[in-house]
Write a protein that binds this ligand. Structure first.
Ligand code: C5P
Length: 273
């Protein structure tokens, strides 16, 4: 059996409104999600086990409950997974979900049948959107997906090196019945997108900052960069993104942030449409 390699793109919540809570405790969301050409790489071959390499490998033990292995089990197992880990762990950009979705895509290319949507969702609320791999309005708890078109833009991602527990952030959230997103227009360019986003929110940002104040430093550092049209936290944090129209300005910002904050993880890449 040939090896199948898949890119596991970082998932960024450009905005994330918490609009309710189900009886089982899961939260109803309304979120505009995009992906970036920054991510992990997953290689699947015949065999068994999980080998993790790459710059973030030390942060992640290859435990049996790893989402990659659970995804492989959901498609019948019997594969060996190589995970080249670049994205920081527990950081609000869907690393684990993106990796699981990449395993599902790789195994589908090998002729396996994708699990039912409910089974994909059971792997994690962000796995369905990561499986789609394209810009999406995500609602429900992560299962109601409407594709959207986004204008050309660049993203700078900053993570201060603190892991954030998603359940803890949801528990710390005050209001859970916030307004949904405003109607989605067709954004003609990055600035139109930034203007629209400025009127939306990430409802998890304030509780995340209360638990990890360094997130505010990340946002301020991004906002200080020339060409940054908007800075916000993604998901339950702690990773923050800056939205840029220009590749050159995004690259300059990435280099400046990395030089000024050597302990932070900083990356720049194109927003995938
Ligand atoms: O589905 P996933 O394992 O990624 O979710 C992690 C945790 O985040 C859940 O156990 C739940 O506490 C919280 N969560 C939530 N509502 C969502 C997604 C996640 O409350 N829509």
């Amino acid at each position: 059996m040939a090896a199948e390699t898949e890119f596991a793109a970082a998932k960024i919540n450009l905005c994330l409104h918490v609009t309710g809570q189900r009886a089982d405790g899961y939260h109803l969301l309304d979120s505009l999600v995009c992906f970036a050409d920054i991510g992990d790489r997953v290689t699947v071959t015949a065999g068994q086990g999980l080998k993790i390499t790459g710059p973030q490998a030390a942060q992640l033990a290859p435990m049996p409950d790893n989402l990659c292995l659970r995804a492989a089990e959901a498609m019948g197992g019997g594969v060996s997974i190589g995970l080249e880990k670049h994205l920081p762990i527990a950081s609000g950009i869907g690393g684990g979900s993106a990796d699981a979705a990449a395993v599902l895509r790789a195994m589908a290319r090998m002729g396996r049948t994708l699990p039912e949507p409910a089974q994909v969702l059971a792997l994690g609320a962000d796995v369905p959107v990561c499986l789609s791999g394209r810009a999406t309005r995500m609602q429900g708890v992560g299962e109601v997906l409407t594709p959207v078109s986004l204008p050309s833009a660049w993203l700078v991602l900053v993570n201060p090196g603190v892991g954030v527990s998603t359940p803890e952030i949801f528990r710390a959230l005050g209001r859970k019945d916030n307004a949904p997103l405003s109607d989605l227009p067709e954004w003609r360019d990055c600035h139109a997108l930034a203007d629209w986003l400025a009127a939306q929110r990430n409802d998890l940002q304030a509780p995340a900052i209360a638990l990890q104040p360094v997130i505010e430093d990340c946002l301020a550092a991004l906002e200080a960069q020339s060409g940054c049209a908007l800075a916000r936290m993604s998901g339950s944090g702690a990773t923050c993104f800056g939205l840029f129209k220009d590749q050159a300005k995004a690259d300059t910002a990435r280099a400046a942030l990395a030089a000024r904050h050597p302990a932070w993880w900083v990356a720049a890449g194109q927003m995938l449409s």
